[in-house]
Ligand binder design. Sequence first.
Ligand code: PSU
Ligand code: MN
Length: 305
Amino acid sequence: MKKEHLEISKEVQEALQNGQPVVALESTIISHGMPYPKNVETALKVEQVVRDNGAIPATIAIIKGTLKVGISAEEIDYLGKQGTLVRKTSRRDIPFIIANKLDGATTVASTMILADLAGIRIFATGGIGGVHRGGALSMDISADLEELAKTNVAVVCAGVKSILDLELTMEYLETKGVPVVGFGTNELPAFYTRTSRLPVDYKVDDVKILAKALNAKWKLGLNGGMVIANPIPEAYSMDPEIINEAIDKALAHAEEQGIKGKHITPFLLAKVESITSGNSLFSNIQLVYNNAKLAAELAKECHYC
Ligand code: PSU
Ligand code: MN
């Protein structure tokens, strides 16, 4: 069935038709999450990691108003070069990006929507959005969380970044019925670090169990996604003191400059990177590769999900 505005690449289309495992990848991480040219290098390598682990990558973005599932290397380069000139596109932006034939970098929320339209159930990224610090008053809660509540796509990520309020994010996900699973860990990983002292709902050590749980969830009509939190490999994890200090400084800069709303996550990521002299970027890249590998392994188990 051809869905309006949606264009699935030939490779991804064939993989889906043949029941091959496919992993969705987002594009906000390319244009807003990392600087050029590291963003492009990383996006291409992530695709390679997915392939090396036996699945087909589908990087998702909106190009000139067309919802694209499976973009080319040239399109990845274009999004990376354009950087923040490409609109960060979450659920509410999609209709206007289409109507005005614009380019859109898809966030976790909108990547889930497009993956779902294409029939892709497994998605790998770095980190999800969440409830921002002070979110109880500002109500700055990422649309990613609502999407996880309703769209049937599992998101493999490295947990929740401590630029956010981890506890409130976990509470919100609980309220919305979104399972948060620790892969090989009892604790919610905090993106740059493996620990946060916050317990996850379930520790799972085997992708077969994840696949069975997803299958059960969706077959029962328990709609919504799942957060599969995969800790950054030990070798690349950061010293909690150093990263937390950098995050506090970045938050202070954001406050001073009055940065709010959709601009805050990209602003904080860039600030943390400069404060840590690029160390956070290095860790960020490594954790994405690690998530791509796990997502490919899960997709192989999950073609019946
Ligand atoms: N976390 C990262 N890098 C990113 C993002 C989050 O480490 O690039 C992006 C993702 O696309 C995520 C979005 O969906 O930020 C969340 O933004 P907001 O809080 O405005 O919904
Ligand atoms: Mn927000």
